[in-house]
Design a protein around this ligand. Structure first.
Ligand code: FAD
Ligand code: NAP
Length: 533
């Protein structure tokens, strides 16, 4: 088509994944263009600007590792960086590696169709312009499509309301306001203490209580920074050998039930004192065995009872219906203690379901809660949401949404049968959200760019996951998940948070090192399980 832009690779999304993908491809000398719907690079760390937003993995670990120079020049100010600091970091990366010239912002990719004859993708952006590319990399994010329109009457509410993932750039001043916060996931748990410190009153609407552990955040101590500077390469390597891609979680290799109650209490206490996800590494069977898991649940229940003064509120805050870890563990700063404030109240919507939003506020089966503002912290259409929003058509015009109608099917979370030359960064079937995403993203981006280079060296036009390899991988992903406690929760990992979404455990829980080795072996064997032509 005359005037049609042509690239070797189109990358969709300019978050952590898209930026590194572009950098790798530029170094290969491959022409690539990034299309990003938002007005800035940064992805998650641009969109999620709610009060209190920060990383839940220590920043020394949740950052790119591919450039020692970048590591040396960037100094993290806090143990767990805030959203503004992470956004500054990703902007710095875009500048430092000269990426901006190849990124088109405020441009949404609406469709992508495989042209069998040309063996290329035709990518459509909003406005209708089309682009031709040999390869298409979906760096669209696992948590980039916020849920919305969940409650009847939302549009009738007369005050302001925001989803945590679509927060005003100038922030919100809650001074003097009464505020409803709906949801108690990681976003809410970070936001509620900060909003409560400012607002006149906060009413928290909780459907399912969550487990939350303290971050013990603070400035990075000089000795910690110096230790990291001296040992960074070794520490990064240790993270890549850890199941969750997090060095700080260091798994103890003993089962919980072999320890005495006193030993368990001491082990959990030590990890609670360290903070963050470390708790889940106290024993090697916490996420495998429900009885072992219950020992950590009981520890958490005691902690909540110890922090929250009002016994009835404490009991409501204790999760009872699912194992700890089976939903993403939350990492907080003062969450449970916030319920001791006189200006914070908890409504258990398991007891009194939300019937809708009225012009005045939130209406439950027990009555109306009039508020000045509403914060929806209700999460995302995770892992498949951003991909389903793009009209992706593979061989024979088959839609991705049709191929995935019973749940996503991929080979290694990287490619899907019937969709040649379409790569997914941290797609379903890869460790992705069960891993330090920085580690998972770097491994995927490097595998994809190596594959593109390999194909180029051999003048190969197309690569596609084979159906048998994909079927075997999907079976393996399910088998591994079913050997853990993860499928026992109604989590977004299972698609359970979106009405009508197929119930499938989407990420791969076999551990990052196992997965990385499998990907490397497949590549070393000439892309075993893929059709290469
Ligand atoms: P994203 O950062 O989501 O970027 C995807 C980009 O693609 C977005 O900017 C989006 O606008 C764009 N896009 C999507 N569809 C289209 C389209 N059709 N056209 C054009 N552009 C499109 N992970 C951790 O490991 N540790 C954490 O502490 C952590 N904290 C998080 C906190 C929050 C609030 C959230 C929501 C997620 C968090 N995550 C965390 C997961 C986080 O998403 C990843 O760590 C990482 O930032 C993902 O990067 P990404 O580039 O793959 O995706
Ligand atoms: P989330 O974990 O899915 O939590 C959403 C909350 O809203 C849950 O409490 C959910 O209840 C509730 N909810 C959803 N729909 C509802 C409805 N219709 N009615 C009533 N309640 C409803 O979403 P999130 O908090 O935005 O976090 C998503 C993920 O992003 C996290 O798991 C994490 O991976 C990442 N994240 C990380 C951080 C961090 O600490 N760095 C911060 C934010 C997000 P149910 O539990 O009953 O579904």
């Amino acid at each position: 088509m005359a005037g049609q832009a042509t690239y070797d690779v189109v990358i969709v999304g300019a978050g952590f994944s898209g930026l590194y993908m572009l950098h790798r491809l530029k170094r290969l000398g491959v022409s690539a263009r990034v299309y990003e719907a938002g007005p800035s690079v940064g992805g998650t760390w641009f969109w999620n600007r709610y009060p209190g937003a920060r990383v839940d993995i220590e920043s020394q670990e949740y950052s790119y590792s591919f450039s020692p120079e970048l590591d040396d020049e960037w100094v993290w100010s806090e143990r767990y960086a805030t959203q503004p600091e992470l956004l500054r970091y990703l902007n710095h990366v875009a500048d430092r590696f000269d990426l901006r010239g190849d990124i088109q912002l405020e441009t949404r990719v609406t469709a992508s169709a495989w042209d069998e004859d040309a063996r290329r993708w035709t990518v459509t952006i909003d406005g209708g312009e089309t682009i031709s590319a040999r390869w298409c990399v979906m760096a669209t994010g696992c948590l980039s499509v916020p849920k919305g329109d969940e409650f009847p009457g939302e549009r009738e509410f007369r005050g302001p309301s925001w989803h945590t993932s679509r927060w005003p750039e100038d922030g919100v001043d809650f001074t003097g306001m009464t505020v409803a916060v709906i949801g108690t996931g990681s976003s809410a748990i970070q936001a509620i203490p900060v909003i409560a410190a400012q607002a006149r009153h906060v009413t928290v609407f909780q459907r399912t209580p969550n487990f939350s552990v303290p971050a013990h955040n603070g400035p990075v101590a000089a000795d910690v920074a110096a230790d990291w500077a001296a040992n960074r390469a070794a520490y990064r390597a240790q993270a890549r050998e850890a199941g969750f891609g997090i060095r700080a979680v260091a798994m103890d290799d003993t089962p919980a039930l072999e320890a005495t109650p006193e030993q368990r209490k001491a082990a959990f206490e030590a990890r609670w004192t360290y903070g963050g996800f470390a708790l889940l590494g106290a024993y090697n069977d916490l996420v495998l065995d429900r009885a072992a898991n219950q020992t950590a649940v009981d520890f958490m229940a005691d902690k909540i009872r110890g922090i929250v003064n009002d016994p009835a509120t404490a009991e409501k805050l204790i999760p009872r219906t699912y194992p700890i870890g089976a939903k993403r563990l939350c990492v907080d700063t003062g969450y449970y203690a916030t319920f001791n404030r006189p200006n914070v109240s908890l409504v258990d919507i398991a007891d009194e379901p939300i019937e809708g939003i009225t012009p005045a506020g939130v209406k439950t089966s027990a009555g109306e809660y009039a508020v000045d503002a509403i914060v929806y912290a209700i999460g995302f259409d995770a892992m498949t949401g951003a991909l389903s929003k793009i009209d992706i058509r593979g061989r024979g015009g088959r839609r991705l949404t049709e191929a995935w109608s019973a749940g996503p099917r991929t080979y290694l979370g990287l490619m899907t049968a019937g969709f040649p030359n379409l790569f997914l960064v941290t797609g379903p079937g890869s460790p992705s959200v069960l891993c330090n995403m920085a580690v998972a993203i770097e491994q995927h981006v490097e595998w994809i760019s190596d594959c593109i280079a390999w194909m180029g060296e051999r003048q190969m036009g197309a690569i596609e996951a084979s159906e048998p390899a994909q079927d075997a991988w999907v079976d393996h992903v399910n088998e591994v998940a079913n050997g853990t406690v993860y499928p026992q929760a109604d989590s977004w990992y299972m698609g359970a948070n979106v009405p009508g979404k197929p119930r499938v455990f989407m990420p791969y829980i076999g551990g990052f090192p196992v997965y990385r080795d499998k990907c490397a072996e497949v590549a070393a064997n000439g892309y075993e399980g893929f059709h290469v032509g």
